[in-house]
Design a protein around this ligand. Sequence first.
Ligand SMILES: [Zn+2]
Ligand SMILES: [Zn+2]
Length: 479
Amino acid sequence: MRTLRSGVLIGGLVVLATMPGRGQDQTQAVLDSIEARRDHYAQLARRIWDLAEVGYRETESAALLQQELRSAGFRIETGVAGMPTSFVASYGEGQPVIAILAEYDALPGITQDAVADRKPLATKDAGHACGHNLFGTGSTAAGIAVKEWMARSGAKGTIRVYGTPAEEGGAGKVYMVRGGLFRDVDAVLHWHAGARNDASPGSSLANLSAKFRFRGLSAHAAGAPERGRSALDGVEAFNHMANLMREHVPEDTRIHYVITNGGAAPNVVPDFAEVYYYVRHPDAKQVAEIFPRLLKAAEGAAMGTGTTVEHEIIHAVYSMLRSDALARVMDRNLRKIGGIQYTAEEQAFAERIRPSLGSDLPPVTEAGRIEPFELKEAGGSTDVADVSWVVPTTGLYTATWVPGTPSHSWQALATSGTSIGVKGMLVAAKTLSLTAIDLFKDARTLGEAKAEHRKRVGPDFVYTALLGNRPPPLDYRAK
Ligand SMILES: [Zn+2]
Ligand SMILES: [Zn+2]
Protein backbone atom coordinates (compact mmCIF):
# COMPACT_ATOMS: atom_id res chain seq x y z
CA MET A 1 0.00 0.00 0.00
CA ARG A 2 1.58 3.23 -1.04
CA THR A 3 -1.44 5.43 -1.42
CA LEU A 4 -1.86 6.98 2.04
CA ARG A 5 0.32 10.05 2.12
CA SER A 6 -1.55 12.49 4.34
CA GLY A 7 -1.95 12.43 8.10
CA VAL A 8 -5.17 11.33 9.80
CA LEU A 9 -6.41 13.23 12.80
CA ILE A 10 -7.22 10.85 15.64
CA GLY A 11 -8.14 12.34 19.02
CA GLY A 12 -6.31 15.55 18.17
CA LEU A 13 -3.05 13.77 17.24
CA VAL A 14 -1.71 13.49 13.75
CA VAL A 15 -0.82 9.84 13.36
CA LEU A 16 1.63 9.23 10.56
CA ALA A 17 3.99 6.44 11.41
CA THR A 18 1.40 3.87 12.36
CA MET A 19 -0.65 4.22 9.21
CA PRO A 20 -0.39 1.28 6.85
CA GLY A 21 1.72 2.23 3.87
CA ARG A 22 3.45 5.16 5.45
CA GLY A 23 6.48 3.19 6.64
CA GLN A 24 6.78 1.59 3.24
CA ASP A 25 6.73 5.02 1.61
CA GLN A 26 9.56 6.17 3.86
CA THR A 27 11.57 3.06 3.08
CA GLN A 28 11.05 3.56 -0.63
CA ALA A 29 12.14 7.20 -0.40
CA VAL A 30 15.42 6.13 1.27
CA LEU A 31 16.11 3.50 -1.39
CA ASP A 32 15.17 5.92 -4.17
CA SER A 33 17.55 8.58 -2.85
CA ILE A 34 20.47 6.09 -2.98
CA GLU A 35 19.41 4.80 -6.39
CA ALA A 36 19.16 8.36 -7.76
CA ARG A 37 22.89 8.83 -7.08
CA ARG A 38 24.00 5.44 -8.39
CA ASP A 39 26.22 6.92 -11.11
CA HIS A 40 27.67 9.51 -8.78
CA TYR A 41 28.58 6.89 -6.15
CA ALA A 42 29.95 4.61 -8.87
CA GLN A 43 32.28 7.40 -9.99
CA LEU A 44 33.33 8.16 -6.41
CA ALA A 45 34.14 4.49 -5.72
CA ARG A 46 36.10 4.28 -8.96
CA ARG A 47 38.00 7.48 -8.11
CA ILE A 48 39.10 5.97 -4.78
CA TRP A 49 39.90 2.69 -6.58
CA ASP A 50 42.16 4.66 -8.94
CA LEU A 51 43.84 6.53 -6.08
CA ALA A 52 44.60 3.27 -4.23
CA GLU A 53 46.14 5.02 -1.23
CA VAL A 54 47.64 2.77 1.48
CA GLY A 55 47.18 2.95 5.26
CA TYR A 56 47.58 6.40 6.89
CA ARG A 57 48.30 7.85 3.44
CA GLU A 58 44.66 7.93 2.27
CA THR A 59 44.71 11.73 2.14
CA GLU A 60 42.73 12.25 -1.07
CA SER A 61 40.36 9.33 -0.51
CA ALA A 62 39.44 10.61 2.96
CA ALA A 63 39.03 14.14 1.60
CA LEU A 64 36.65 12.94 -1.14
CA LEU A 65 34.39 11.18 1.38
CA GLN A 66 34.49 14.17 3.75
CA GLN A 67 33.54 16.47 0.88
CA GLU A 68 30.59 14.24 0.09
CA LEU A 69 29.36 14.26 3.68
CA ARG A 70 30.03 17.97 4.20
CA SER A 71 27.96 18.97 1.19
CA ALA A 72 25.16 16.70 2.45
CA GLY A 73 25.06 18.74 5.69
CA PHE A 74 27.28 16.74 8.07
CA ARG A 75 29.63 18.40 10.57
CA ILE A 76 33.11 17.01 10.11
CA GLU A 77 35.94 16.58 12.56
CA THR A 78 39.15 15.48 10.87
CA GLY A 79 42.45 14.10 12.10
CA VAL A 80 40.92 12.47 15.19
CA ALA A 81 42.89 10.14 17.53
CA GLY A 82 46.20 11.35 16.13
CA MET A 83 45.55 10.11 12.59
CA PRO A 84 45.53 12.78 9.87
CA THR A 85 43.38 10.68 7.50
CA SER A 86 40.65 9.86 10.04
CA PHE A 87 37.37 11.71 10.45
CA VAL A 88 34.03 11.71 12.25
CA ALA A 89 31.05 13.13 10.33
CA SER A 90 27.89 13.85 12.37
CA TYR A 91 24.35 14.98 11.70
CA GLY A 92 21.66 15.59 14.31
CA GLU A 93 21.81 15.97 18.09
CA GLY A 94 21.75 13.77 21.16
CA GLN A 95 20.83 10.12 21.64
CA PRO A 96 20.54 7.65 20.16
CA VAL A 97 23.83 7.82 18.29
CA ILE A 98 24.09 5.35 15.42
CA ALA A 99 27.49 5.07 13.73
CA ILE A 100 28.48 3.63 10.36
CA LEU A 101 32.13 2.72 9.76
CA ALA A 102 33.92 3.62 6.52
CA GLU A 103 37.29 2.23 5.39
CA TYR A 104 39.30 3.41 2.39
CA ASP A 105 42.88 2.08 2.56
CA ALA A 106 44.38 0.02 -0.27
CA LEU A 107 46.84 -2.91 -0.09
CA PRO A 108 50.48 -2.43 -1.09
CA GLY A 109 52.19 -4.75 -3.58
CA ILE A 110 49.18 -5.75 -5.68
CA THR A 111 47.97 -4.03 -8.85
CA GLN A 112 45.46 -4.99 -11.52
CA ASP A 113 43.27 -3.30 -14.10
CA ALA A 114 39.47 -3.56 -13.79
CA VAL A 115 39.34 -6.41 -16.33
CA ALA A 116 38.68 -10.17 -16.15
CA ASP A 117 42.19 -11.20 -17.24
CA ARG A 118 45.35 -10.82 -15.16
CA LYS A 119 46.71 -7.38 -16.06
CA PRO A 120 48.98 -5.72 -13.46
CA LEU A 121 49.42 -1.96 -13.79
CA ALA A 122 53.03 -0.76 -13.99
CA THR A 123 51.92 2.75 -13.02
CA LYS A 124 50.71 1.68 -9.56
CA ASP A 125 52.16 -0.03 -6.51
CA ALA A 126 48.96 -0.64 -4.54
CA GLY A 127 45.38 -1.69 -5.18
CA HIS A 128 41.94 -2.07 -3.60
CA ALA A 129 42.13 -5.86 -3.36
CA CYS A 130 39.99 -5.75 -0.20
CA GLY A 131 37.37 -3.48 -1.82
CA HIS A 132 37.74 -0.65 0.69
CA ASN A 133 36.99 1.85 -2.10
CA LEU A 134 33.48 0.34 -2.07
CA PHE A 135 33.40 0.14 1.74
CA GLY A 136 34.10 3.87 2.18
CA THR A 137 31.75 4.99 -0.57
CA GLY A 138 28.89 2.64 0.39
CA SER A 139 29.00 3.67 4.05
CA THR A 140 29.06 7.33 3.08
CA ALA A 141 26.05 6.80 0.81
CA ALA A 142 24.22 5.08 3.67
CA GLY A 143 25.03 7.91 6.11
CA ILE A 144 23.69 10.50 3.68
CA ALA A 145 20.48 8.52 3.03
CA VAL A 146 19.87 8.23 6.80
CA LYS A 147 20.54 11.95 7.25
CA GLU A 148 17.95 12.76 4.58
CA TRP A 149 15.42 10.50 6.26
CA MET A 150 16.10 12.22 9.61
CA ALA A 151 15.61 15.64 8.03
CA ARG A 152 12.33 14.52 6.44
CA SER A 153 10.93 12.67 9.43
CA GLY A 154 12.26 14.88 12.22
CA ALA A 155 13.69 11.81 13.96
CA LYS A 156 15.70 12.52 17.10
CA GLY A 157 19.28 11.44 17.50
CA THR A 158 22.62 11.53 15.72
CA ILE A 159 23.90 9.68 12.68
CA ARG A 160 27.66 9.46 12.37
CA VAL A 161 30.04 8.19 9.72
CA TYR A 162 33.46 7.23 11.11
CA GLY A 163 36.27 7.52 8.59
CA THR A 164 38.63 4.82 9.86
CA PRO A 165 42.07 4.71 8.21
CA ALA A 166 44.58 1.91 7.83
CA GLU A 167 42.45 -1.17 8.47
CA GLU A 168 45.05 -3.35 6.76
CA GLY A 169 47.59 -3.83 9.53
CA GLY A 170 47.41 -0.25 10.83
CA ALA A 171 44.51 -0.79 13.27
CA GLY A 172 43.15 2.76 12.87
CA LYS A 173 39.94 1.94 14.74
CA VAL A 174 41.85 0.81 17.82
CA TYR A 175 43.18 4.35 18.32
CA MET A 176 39.66 5.73 17.94
CA VAL A 177 38.32 3.27 20.53
CA ARG A 178 41.28 3.94 22.84
CA GLY A 179 40.66 7.68 22.42
CA GLY A 180 37.05 7.27 23.61
CA LEU A 181 35.49 8.30 20.29
CA PHE A 182 32.77 5.64 20.55
CA ARG A 183 31.88 6.42 24.17
CA ASP A 184 28.42 7.89 23.44
CA VAL A 185 27.55 5.57 20.54
CA ASP A 186 24.55 3.22 20.91
CA ALA A 187 25.12 0.95 17.90
CA VAL A 188 27.77 0.55 15.23
CA LEU A 189 27.06 -0.75 11.72
CA HIS A 190 29.62 -1.79 9.14
CA TRP A 191 29.93 -3.92 6.03
CA HIS A 192 32.57 -5.44 3.85
CA ALA A 193 33.08 -6.26 0.21
CA GLY A 194 32.74 -10.00 -0.40
CA ALA A 195 31.73 -12.86 -2.66
CA ARG A 196 28.36 -13.51 -0.99
CA ASN A 197 25.48 -11.67 0.69
CA ASP A 198 25.47 -12.41 4.38
CA ALA A 199 24.43 -10.54 7.52
CA SER A 200 25.08 -13.43 9.94
CA PRO A 201 26.79 -12.60 13.21
CA GLY A 202 30.44 -13.57 12.94
CA SER A 203 33.62 -13.90 14.93
CA SER A 204 37.22 -13.09 14.02
CA LEU A 205 40.66 -13.77 15.44
CA ALA A 206 42.44 -11.51 17.88
CA ASN A 207 45.78 -10.59 16.37
CA LEU A 208 48.98 -9.00 17.59
CA SER A 209 51.79 -8.13 15.20
CA ALA A 210 55.35 -7.09 16.00
CA LYS A 211 58.64 -6.51 14.25
CA PHE A 212 61.75 -7.99 15.85
CA ARG A 213 64.98 -6.20 14.94
CA PHE A 214 68.25 -8.04 15.53
CA ARG A 215 71.60 -6.28 15.48
CA GLY A 216 75.04 -7.92 15.15
CA LEU A 217 78.48 -7.14 13.72
CA SER A 218 79.47 -6.99 10.05
CA ALA A 219 82.58 -8.78 8.80
CA HIS A 220 83.85 -10.51 5.66
CA ALA A 221 81.93 -13.78 5.68
CA ALA A 222 84.93 -15.77 4.38
CA GLY A 223 87.94 -13.59 5.31
CA ALA A 224 87.06 -12.83 8.95
CA PRO A 225 83.88 -14.69 9.94
CA GLU A 226 85.05 -14.95 13.55
CA ARG A 227 84.87 -11.15 13.78
CA GLY A 228 81.21 -11.11 12.74
CA ARG A 229 77.98 -11.75 14.64
CA SER A 230 75.12 -12.42 12.24
CA ALA A 231 71.83 -10.65 12.90
CA LEU A 232 70.27 -13.14 10.48
CA ASP A 233 71.43 -15.98 12.76
CA GLY A 234 69.45 -14.25 15.50
CA VAL A 235 66.34 -14.21 13.29
CA GLU A 236 66.80 -17.85 12.26
CA ALA A 237 67.34 -19.09 15.81
CA PHE A 238 64.29 -17.12 16.91
CA ASN A 239 62.13 -18.54 14.11
CA HIS A 240 63.26 -22.04 15.00
CA MET A 241 62.19 -21.57 18.61
CA ALA A 242 58.87 -20.06 17.52
CA ASN A 243 58.27 -23.05 15.27
CA LEU A 244 58.98 -25.45 18.17
CA MET A 245 56.62 -23.41 20.32
CA ARG A 246 53.71 -24.20 17.98
CA GLU A 247 53.36 -27.60 19.66
CA HIS A 248 52.86 -26.00 23.05
CA VAL A 249 50.31 -23.30 22.41
CA PRO A 250 46.50 -23.63 22.48
CA GLU A 251 45.00 -25.48 19.52
CA ASP A 252 43.53 -22.53 17.60
CA THR A 253 46.66 -20.38 17.70
CA ARG A 254 48.06 -19.08 14.41
CA ILE A 255 51.64 -17.81 14.26
CA HIS A 256 53.08 -16.56 10.98
CA TYR A 257 56.08 -14.50 9.98
CA VAL A 258 58.02 -12.99 7.10
CA ILE A 259 61.69 -12.00 7.14
CA THR A 260 61.56 -8.37 6.08
CA ASN A 261 65.34 -7.90 6.13
CA GLY A 262 67.85 -10.75 6.02
CA GLY A 263 70.99 -8.97 4.86
CA ALA A 264 72.06 -7.93 1.39
CA ALA A 265 74.97 -10.14 0.26
CA PRO A 266 76.20 -13.58 1.38
CA ASN A 267 79.77 -12.36 1.73
CA VAL A 268 78.83 -9.71 4.29
CA VAL A 269 77.81 -10.96 7.74
CA PRO A 270 74.54 -9.05 8.21
CA ASP A 271 74.67 -6.59 11.10
CA PHE A 272 70.92 -6.05 10.84
CA ALA A 273 67.97 -8.39 10.26
CA GLU A 274 64.26 -8.04 10.88
CA VAL A 275 61.37 -10.50 11.14
CA TYR A 276 57.68 -9.52 11.24
CA TYR A 277 55.31 -11.73 13.26
CA TYR A 278 51.54 -12.14 13.63
CA VAL A 279 50.10 -14.07 16.60
CA ARG A 280 46.40 -14.89 16.39
CA HIS A 281 43.83 -16.72 18.49
CA PRO A 282 40.03 -16.50 18.85
CA ASP A 283 40.57 -15.17 22.39
CA ALA A 284 42.54 -11.94 22.89
CA LYS A 285 43.64 -13.18 26.37
CA GLN A 286 45.47 -16.10 24.75
CA VAL A 287 47.27 -13.75 22.35
CA ALA A 288 48.31 -11.63 25.32
CA GLU A 289 49.73 -14.75 27.00
CA ILE A 290 51.54 -16.18 23.98
CA PHE A 291 53.27 -12.95 22.98
CA PRO A 292 55.55 -12.70 26.07
CA ARG A 293 56.71 -16.27 25.36
CA LEU A 294 57.69 -15.15 21.88
CA LEU A 295 59.62 -12.25 23.41
CA LYS A 296 61.56 -14.69 25.58
CA ALA A 297 62.39 -16.77 22.50
CA ALA A 298 63.68 -13.65 20.74
CA GLU A 299 65.86 -12.75 23.74
CA GLY A 300 67.18 -16.31 23.93
CA ALA A 301 67.99 -16.27 20.22
CA ALA A 302 69.85 -12.98 20.57
CA MET A 303 71.82 -14.27 23.58
CA GLY A 304 72.82 -17.45 21.79
CA THR A 305 73.97 -15.71 18.63
CA GLY A 306 75.82 -12.80 20.24
CA THR A 307 73.35 -10.29 18.86
CA THR A 308 70.84 -7.92 20.40
CA VAL A 309 67.12 -7.67 19.73
CA GLU A 310 64.39 -5.11 20.20
CA HIS A 311 60.76 -5.33 19.19
CA GLU A 312 58.00 -2.97 18.15
CA ILE A 313 54.31 -3.88 18.34
CA ILE A 314 52.90 -2.78 15.00
CA HIS A 315 49.22 -3.44 15.57
CA ALA A 316 46.89 -5.52 17.69
CA VAL A 317 43.17 -6.14 17.59
CA TYR A 318 40.57 -8.03 19.61
CA SER A 319 38.34 -10.82 18.31
CA MET A 320 34.90 -9.79 17.08
CA LEU A 321 32.04 -9.77 19.57
CA ARG A 322 28.70 -10.58 17.96
CA SER A 323 25.44 -8.77 18.48
CA ASP A 324 22.55 -11.08 17.62
CA ALA A 325 20.01 -8.36 18.42
CA LEU A 326 21.49 -6.03 15.81
CA ALA A 327 22.38 -8.80 13.34
CA ARG A 328 18.74 -9.89 13.16
CA VAL A 329 17.70 -6.38 12.06
CA MET A 330 20.49 -6.25 9.47
CA ASP A 331 19.57 -9.70 8.12
CA ARG A 332 15.89 -8.76 7.81
CA ASN A 333 16.81 -5.67 5.81
CA LEU A 334 19.30 -7.50 3.61
CA ARG A 335 16.53 -9.96 2.68
CA LYS A 336 14.26 -7.01 1.91
CA ILE A 337 16.87 -5.53 -0.47
CA GLY A 338 17.86 -8.86 -2.05
CA GLY A 339 21.01 -10.00 -3.85
CA ILE A 340 22.65 -9.00 -7.10
CA GLN A 341 21.51 -9.75 -10.66
CA TYR A 342 24.12 -9.45 -13.40
CA THR A 343 23.57 -7.81 -16.78
CA ALA A 344 24.70 -9.82 -19.83
CA GLU A 345 27.97 -7.90 -19.78
CA GLU A 346 28.56 -8.60 -16.08
CA GLN A 347 27.69 -12.26 -16.62
CA ALA A 348 30.34 -12.40 -19.36
CA PHE A 349 32.89 -10.79 -17.00
CA ALA A 350 32.03 -13.35 -14.31
CA GLU A 351 32.35 -16.29 -16.71
CA ARG A 352 35.70 -15.03 -17.96
CA ILE A 353 37.25 -14.48 -14.51
CA ARG A 354 35.99 -17.75 -13.01
CA PRO A 355 38.54 -20.19 -14.48
CA SER A 356 41.29 -18.18 -12.74
CA LEU A 357 39.59 -18.81 -9.38
CA GLY A 358 40.20 -22.57 -9.42
CA SER A 359 37.70 -25.42 -9.26
CA ASP A 360 34.86 -26.26 -6.91
CA LEU A 361 33.37 -22.77 -7.12
CA PRO A 362 29.90 -21.83 -5.94
CA PRO A 363 27.54 -21.06 -8.84
CA VAL A 364 27.49 -17.47 -10.17
CA THR A 365 23.82 -17.28 -9.16
CA GLU A 366 25.00 -17.18 -5.53
CA ALA A 367 25.43 -13.41 -6.03
CA GLY A 368 21.63 -13.23 -6.11
CA ARG A 369 21.11 -15.27 -2.93
CA ILE A 370 21.18 -14.27 0.73
CA GLU A 371 23.10 -16.71 2.95
CA PRO A 372 21.27 -18.41 5.84
CA PHE A 373 21.42 -16.55 9.14
CA GLU A 374 23.82 -18.49 11.41
CA LEU A 375 27.01 -17.91 13.41
CA LYS A 376 30.08 -17.71 11.15
CA GLU A 377 33.63 -18.31 12.36
CA ALA A 378 36.23 -16.28 10.52
CA GLY A 379 39.90 -16.97 9.84
CA GLY A 380 40.96 -13.33 9.58
CA SER A 381 41.19 -10.39 11.91
CA THR A 382 39.81 -6.86 11.81
CA ASP A 383 40.06 -3.70 13.87
CA VAL A 384 36.24 -3.52 13.83
CA ALA A 385 36.58 -6.07 16.63
CA ASP A 386 37.85 -3.47 19.12
CA VAL A 387 34.78 -1.34 18.40
CA SER A 388 32.57 -4.39 19.00
CA TRP A 389 33.85 -4.70 22.60
CA VAL A 390 32.76 -1.17 23.53
CA VAL A 391 29.54 -0.78 21.49
CA PRO A 392 27.04 -3.35 20.13
CA THR A 393 28.24 -3.82 16.55
CA THR A 394 27.04 -5.73 13.52
CA GLY A 395 27.95 -5.91 9.86
CA LEU A 396 27.28 -7.61 6.56
CA TYR A 397 29.01 -8.83 3.46
CA THR A 398 27.63 -8.24 0.00
CA ALA A 399 28.59 -9.90 -3.29
CA THR A 400 30.78 -7.14 -4.71
CA TRP A 401 32.98 -9.88 -6.20
CA VAL A 402 32.18 -12.90 -8.36
CA PRO A 403 31.19 -15.87 -6.13
CA GLY A 404 34.31 -17.86 -5.19
CA THR A 405 36.64 -14.82 -5.21
CA PRO A 406 38.99 -14.63 -2.19
CA SER A 407 39.79 -11.22 -0.72
CA HIS A 408 43.27 -9.75 -1.31
CA SER A 409 43.35 -11.37 -4.78
CA TRP A 410 43.79 -9.70 -8.18
CA GLN A 411 40.28 -10.87 -9.01
CA ALA A 412 38.86 -9.00 -5.98
CA LEU A 413 40.89 -5.95 -6.97
CA ALA A 414 39.65 -6.10 -10.58
CA THR A 415 35.98 -6.53 -9.66
CA SER A 416 36.11 -3.75 -7.03
CA GLY A 417 36.61 -1.39 -9.97
CA THR A 418 33.59 -2.61 -11.99
CA SER A 419 29.78 -2.25 -12.01
CA ILE A 420 29.54 -5.60 -10.17
CA GLY A 421 31.39 -3.97 -7.27
CA VAL A 422 29.04 -0.98 -7.42
CA LYS A 423 25.96 -3.23 -7.33
CA GLY A 424 27.19 -4.96 -4.19
CA MET A 425 28.10 -1.60 -2.68
CA LEU A 426 24.57 -0.28 -3.20
CA VAL A 427 23.01 -3.40 -1.66
CA ALA A 428 25.18 -2.63 1.38
CA ALA A 429 24.32 1.10 1.40
CA LYS A 430 20.60 0.34 1.27
CA THR A 431 20.76 -2.39 3.91
CA LEU A 432 22.83 -0.22 6.27
CA SER A 433 20.50 2.76 5.94
CA LEU A 434 17.32 0.76 6.53
CA THR A 435 18.98 -0.86 9.55
CA ALA A 436 20.08 2.49 11.01
CA ILE A 437 16.56 3.87 10.49
CA ASP A 438 15.01 0.82 12.19
CA LEU A 439 17.28 1.42 15.18
CA PHE A 440 16.36 5.10 15.39
CA LYS A 441 12.69 4.10 15.41
CA ASP A 442 13.02 1.18 17.82
CA ALA A 443 14.49 1.93 21.24
CA ARG A 444 13.62 -1.61 22.36
CA THR A 445 16.06 -3.25 19.94
CA LEU A 446 18.80 -0.88 21.07
CA GLY A 447 18.01 -1.82 24.68
CA GLU A 448 18.17 -5.52 23.83
CA ALA A 449 21.47 -5.02 22.03
CA LYS A 450 22.92 -3.27 25.08
CA ALA A 451 21.76 -5.99 27.45
CA GLU A 452 23.22 -8.68 25.17
CA HIS A 453 26.48 -6.72 24.93
CA ARG A 454 26.79 -6.37 28.72
CA LYS A 455 26.31 -10.11 29.05
CA ARG A 456 28.86 -10.98 26.37
CA VAL A 457 31.68 -8.72 27.63
CA GLY A 458 31.06 -9.84 31.20
CA PRO A 459 30.83 -7.80 34.40
CA ASP A 460 34.57 -7.28 34.90
CA PHE A 461 35.53 -6.24 31.39
CA VAL A 462 37.45 -2.99 31.02
CA TYR A 463 38.71 -2.21 27.52
CA THR A 464 42.47 -1.87 27.21
CA ALA A 465 44.04 -1.80 23.79
CA LEU A 466 46.06 -4.96 23.10
CA LEU A 467 48.67 -2.76 21.43
CA GLY A 468 49.28 -0.81 24.64
CA ASN A 469 49.84 2.91 24.45
CA ARG A 470 51.89 3.13 21.26
CA PRO A 471 50.90 6.01 18.94
CA PRO A 472 49.40 5.21 15.51
CA PRO A 473 52.21 3.87 13.26
CA LEU A 474 51.67 6.60 10.69
CA ASP A 475 54.70 5.54 8.65
CA TYR A 476 54.11 1.76 8.68
CA ARG A 477 53.64 1.80 4.91
CA ALA A 478 56.77 3.88 4.29
CA LYS A 479 59.06 2.32 1.72
ZN1 LIG B 1 41.76 -6.92 3.83
ZN1 LIG C 1 39.08 -5.37 4.25
